[in-house]
Design a protein around this ligand. Structure first.
Ligand SMILES: [Zn+2]
Length: 136
């Protein structure tokens, strides 16, 4: 077997450390088809190409799917109910995350503008943009 794994521009540890400790989301741009992704992986999920470069993401985007969780894992015992969301980022790519203080499905809408807000909790936390749309 000579089927070696490709080398990524950043490791999965750097990716996780980015959003958990540094407050940054690290994305990829595919060197072949240009697809931008917001989650870590060794190959482009569209064309399979291995050469992808790191591109920083603003963390701003739009809610494209959600559900409200009332039965949390231990890390979120004090937060339930809360929303589990899929956010389409402005630069491209979709990432899953969570939103605190969303207690019912009527309190969140598809298309809502949100931004990444670093948290001591695991995962990628999103909060609503402010009334000005600038966020905070
Ligand atoms: Zn590609």
């Amino acid at each position: 077997m000579t089927d070696e794994l490709p080398a990524a521009s950043h490791t999965i540890q750097q990716f996780v450390h980015g959003y958990e400790e540094e407050g940054v989301l690290r994305g990829f741009r595919c060197g072949k088809c240009g697809t931008r992704t917001a989650t870590w992986g060794l190959r482009c999920p569209v064309c399979g190409h291995a050469e992808r470069t790191e591109e920083p993401l603003s963390g701003r985007g739009t809610v494209v799917a959600f559900t409200v969780l009332t039965v949390p894992g231990d890390d979120f015992l004090n937060d339930a109910p809360y929303a589990y969301v899929v956010v389409e980022l402005d630069e491209g790519g979709r990432i899953t995350g969570w939103m605190p203080a969303v207690r019912e499905e009527t309190e969140i809408t598809l298309g809502e503008r949100v931004h990444f807000a670093p948290s001591y909790k695991p995962g990628v936390q999103f909060v609503r943009d402010g009334p000005s749309g600038a966020g905070g």
